[in-house]
Write a protein that binds this ligand. Structure first.
Ligand SMILES: Cc1ncc(COP(=O)(O)O)c(C=O)c1O
Length: 407
């Protein structure tokens, strides 16, 4: 897929060019037949007229219909579109969820006897995989302080195969020094894997910043409408073949409907993200000034650990952030969350709708301590009117204060 991308190998691309790419990517005439959206190819079996045609298709399954699991123009179009958003990338593989993208990325570079580093702020199922299947297959996980920076080199061993990065971290939103960490990893021959779901490749380009594998839970902003599960891993040239082989051997693939929903979402991701950013910041600033709020964990606010790195490396912020209250605990969450009118109570994020969940980051920590004086929430600010969202939070915080106190 590498040569197919207009942007592969490029650098320093302006965001406006990415906006054009989002609209036009993957719309090759051979795939679309002139229709604006690539058609949905629902396929398992492909019929050949001759043995010669069957053998020819097998020689390059990224360009020829061979068998459903290996892809169709619907999935090729999405893969090409995602590859083009990461300057310097060689190709992208699709998976049926964000979690399967993470596990496939790890399995593409680690084997029994290896050591893998992951941040203490990693998405919980990433840590669960490390503690579970990874250990069962003889790969040793080690968690590190997400703010360790280039000091992570001190944790490298002769058998360290991969360094996982997630920036900002799940629930607590620490921004990592990805370029510095990727640089020391490359020097040591350690593969870097970045969970780039929060920023997407629009607001942070992982390959350009030195990462080898950049994964996204496309379920979030790429799909953007909370109606499909989808994951992707984009690789540089050095890691591309191992990634592709691993995904094929695991038998991971996505259906045409999900790929088409991913493509449809991608077309508007730029405008959606801009609105998520604008409204998210308004809500974050409003919350930061509220007497019941201890701190807001938003990479664009100075209260966020690693904020200076966000300013240096990112070109935007999405709509997901955390808020720590001065009082209460997880047990008090219902006073606030149960009566919300616009913020839905539910997992995931990145869709057009606002969501909230209470969380307890301290329970997930293994090597660092995380402390909060009161209830912690994760908010996703959607595309609703921001005044409605603030009014919803104001009423929720008033209910909470009446029941728990704390302001
Ligand atoms: C940072 C991050 N990475 C990965 C995932 C997993 O994505 P999925 O739900 O598509 O498996 C999530 C889901 O919430 C996430 O927040």
């Amino acid at each position: 897929m590498g040569g197919a991308s207009r942007y592969a190998g490029g650098d320093g691309r302006r965001l406006s060019e990415a906006d054009t790419w989002l609209v036009e990517a993957g719309r090759r005439r051979a795939w679309t037949h002139g229709i604006v959206n690539p058609p949905l190819y629902r396929a398992s079996t492909v019929l050949y007229e001759t043995i010669a045609a069957m053998d020819a298709a097998n020689r390059d399954v990224d360009a020829n219909l061979y068998y459903g699991r290996k892809g169709t123009p619907t999935t090729w179009a999405l893969r090409e579109a995602l590859t083009g958003l990461e300057p310097g990338a060689e190709g992208t593989m699709l998976m049926p969820s964000g979690v399967s993208a993470i596990t496939a990325a790890i399995l593409s570079c680690a084997k029994a006897g290896d050591h893998v580093l992951l941040p203490d702020s990693a998405y919980d199922p990433t840590s669960a995989f490390a503690d579970g299947l990874m250990r069962r297959f003889g790969i040793e996980p080690q968690w590190y302080d997400p703010l360790i920076g280039a000091g992570v080199a001190g944790l490298f061993r002769a058998n360290t195969a991969a360094l996982l990065l997630e920036s900002p971290g799940s629930l607590t939103f620490e921004v990592q020094d990805v370029p510095a960490m990727a640089a020391v990893a490359r020097e040591a021959g350690v593969v870097t894997i970045l969970d780039n779901t929060w920023a997407t490749s629009l607001y942070f380009q992982g390959i350009r910043h030195g990462c080898d594998l950049v994964m996204q839970a496309c379920t979030k902003y790429v799909v953007g409408h909370s109606d499909s599960m989808l994951g992707s891993v984009t690789a540089n040239a050095a890691r591309w073949r191992d990634l592709q082989k691993t995904v094929w051997q695991l038998g991971l693939c996505v259906g045409a409907d999900d790929a088409a929903l991913g493509l449809r979402g991608l077309r508007t991701m730029g405008v959606r993200l801009a609105r998520h950013q604008e409204s998210g910041l308004k809500v974050a600033r409003w919350l930061a000034a509220h007497p019941l709020v201890d701190r807001v964990l938003h990479p664009a606010l100075e209260s966020c650990p690693g904020h200076a790195l966000w300013r240096r490396d990112f070109s935007g912020a999405s709509g997901l952030f955390g808020v720590v209250l001065k009082a209460g605990s997880r047990a008090d969450a219902a006073h606030l969350c149960d009566g919300m009118r616009h913020f839905g109570l539910g997992f995931s994020w990145g869709g057009y709708e606002s969501l909230m969940i209470p969380c307890s980051p301290e329970r997930l920590r293994r090597v660092t301590r995380w402390q909060a004086p009161g209830l912690c929430l994760r908010l996703h600010v959607g595309l609703e009117d921001v005044g409605d969202l603030i009014a919803d939070l104001e009423a929720g915080l008033a209910r909470f204060a009446a029941a728990v106190g704390g302001s």
